[in-house]
Design a protein around this ligand. Structure first.
Ligand SMILES: [Zn+2]
Length: 560
């Protein structure tokens, strides 16, 4: 079945509630573990259907944020989300209180109950109104950015459309593009500040309802982090400052030398004088090259990617009104993933495609996991699949970049490394924000600038007013929409780097472990999945030294 043929409907909330409440009643009075297991399975089927409809509504809206129908359907599923969460919470409580808990545990695994216990600690029906307000504000932020209409060189561009100019070989063009971006954010500064201020206050209030001092522990619970906390993450960020920041500075010096500039500014995004490598064709070309690539990588990826093409499970081109960014979503009742992106002709297209294909591949490989909560792992584990897929496909990058392949690989590895300090900065900033919920927008921006000095020393905004005054983070959607979802990318990156190293040493065993990891889905916690994949924990203090040394060696050998 193709995406356009998927069944879609609005669920009837009252009917849904009645059915689930009836099931909860049956669950509580069940006389055997078997009966309870069957009820859970039945409930999971209903949940899968609900999630599929919700995904379709969100996806159609992202595909065209101006479509009135899509806006309405998206709003419907956004609005009922918190109420569904409230009913789900009742069911979860009943499962947690089951008199057959031991049997359920052996059926579904310990991780199932770990996830349940985190959910119970992070939810209270009193939060529903606050959650609704939070959703609305996130949508407001998304619409504000998606609605950007920037006039440049006779065209009207959205933010993604501006991006190729930000990588142009002409320094003046890059500066102009950054200036337009800066101006867009400057003009919307008050709105952006207000939305975020409200979000921080709502999140703090949610934490207070649940008797937490601030939002941080709740944020961690919302991310389902069961095997590390804020203290471990703080130590981990210090490792990045110690081992990675100096190496990134070295790379930046190298870039400065390659570009022949006296001073590097934020708009000097190039790695090469003649410009960053570009894929040698548009969407169709790239999909066709990816088809070849995945047919050669493995039998599993071949089947998977052909399905994505044949069932129209990708929307990759950049259009006016389309929401920005790239993501992978899924329709669990139909056992299918979907890739959404905004190709713009830069090398980023290829990394987005392999990245999102990594998510989609995992989702497809773990579609038969017996528990809905195991269909996707927690985010830091999810990103191992996507970021490792970027590296596992290195041998085929010549299909996209031809004579510029070496340049792409250099930029990819250097850029991935340079991402770590930025990721840690976003994370550190968020900890500060939620520790200081009453800080003013101006204080937040000052704090960002202070932290930038630690993680990105030497960053120079020239005379771009908005960015210079500490506003860079306001274009980072995660900070608005998904608090504390960011360090995840860096944790996963450190795991992906290990796959990158292993691919150079023994491709077969690296692929085997990757596939195992994908199949396991979310059936284990992050650190247990890392163990399963035979890689080291990013919290292991030796990992950074090892990874940074390997990358340093590679860069020295391949410095172009
Ligand atoms: Zn991702």
């Amino acid at each position: 079945m193709k995406y356009s043929q998927y069944p879609y409907e609005r669920i009837d909330l009252d009917k849904f509630k009645t059915i689930i409440e009836f099931m909860i009643g049956n669950f509580k009075s069940a006389e055997s573990a078997d009966t309870q297991i069957k009820i859970i399975q039945e409930y999971q089927k209903i949940q899968k259907e609900y999630h599929s409809y919700g995904s379709i509504a969100h996806l159609n809206f992202a595909r065209n944020t101006k479509d009135k129908e899509a806006i309405k359907e998206n709003k419907f599923y956004d609005e009922i989300g918190p109420e569904i969460a409230a009913i789900d919470n009742q069911f979860t409580k009943a499962i947690d209180a089951s008199k057959f808990k031991e049997d359920l545990l052996s059926e579904f695994g310990k991780h199932y109950f770990d996830l349940i216990s985190m959910e119970l600690k992070s939810f209270d029906p009193k939060l529903v109104d606050l959650m609704k307000q939070e959703n609305e504000l996130s949508n407001e932020y998304r619409s504000l950015l998606a609605g950007a209409e920037i006039k440049y060189k006779g065209k009207t561009l959205n933010l993604a459309g501006l991006s190729p100019y930000m990588q142009d070989t002409n320094r003046e063009t890059r500066k102009e593009a950054f200036t337009l971006l800066d101006r867009f954010f400057n003009e919307n500064e008050e709105k952006l500040d207000n939305i975020f201020d409200k979000l921080v206050k709502i999140r703090h209030k949610k934490a207070q309802v649940l008797n937490f001092d601030n939002f941080i522990p709740l944020g961690y619970l919302n991310m389902n982090r069961s095997d590390y906390g804020a203290a471990e993450v703080s130590d981990y960020r210090k490792q990045i400052v110690k081992h990675v920041v100096p190496l990134v500075e070295k790379i930046n010096l190298k870039r400065k030398e390659i570009l022949g500039y006296d001073e590097m500014f934020v708009y000097d995004t190039l790695y090469f004088k003649e410009g960053n490598p570009k894929p040698k064709g548009g969407v169709d070309f790239q999909v066709s090259q990816a088809k070849t690539m995945y047919s050669e990588l493995s039998k599993e990826t071949d089947d998977f990617f052909n399905m994505m093409i044949n069932e129209e499970l990708m929307d990759l081109d950049n259009r006016a009104g389309k929401s920005g960014g790239g993501f992978c979503t899924s329709f669990p009742s139909l056992e299918r993933p979907y890739i959404f992106a905004n190709f713009n002709g830069t090398d980023h297209d290829v990394t987005v495609l392999t990245h999102e294909a990594g998510h989609a591949f995992q989702c497809y490989e773990s579609r038969k996991q017996p528990v809905n909560r195991y269909l996707w792992p927690t985010y830091e584990a999810c990103e191992i699949h996507s970021m490792s897929m970027e590296f596992l496909t290195w041998d085929w990058m010549h299909l996209f970049f031809k004579e510029d392949t070496e340049k792409f690989l250099f930029k990819h590895i250097a850029g991935s490394l340079a991402f770590l300090p930025y990721g840690a900065l976003v994370d550190h900033f968020q900890h500060w924000v939620y520790e200081n919920p009453n800080a003013s927008p101006k204080e937040r921006k000052n704090q960002w600038l202070e932290l930038e000095k630690i993680y990105q020393p030497g960053k120079n905004y020239d005379n771009l007013d908005f960015l210079k005054n500490g506003g860079f983070w306001q274009k980072q959607a995660h900070i608005y929409e998904m608090p504390f979802y960011y360090i995840d990318y860096t944790l996963a990156q450190v795991c992906a780097f290990q796959f990158w190293i292993r691919m150079q040493e023994d491709k077969e065993s690296a692929w085997k472990d990757y596939l195992e990891l994908c199949k396991a889905g979310g059936s284990m916690s992050f650190l247990n999945l890392v163990k399963l994949a035979n890689i080291k924990s990013p919290f292991d203090s030796k990992v950074f030294e090892e990874v940074a040394n390997k990358i340093n060696d590679w860069l020295e050998k391949n410095s172009l």
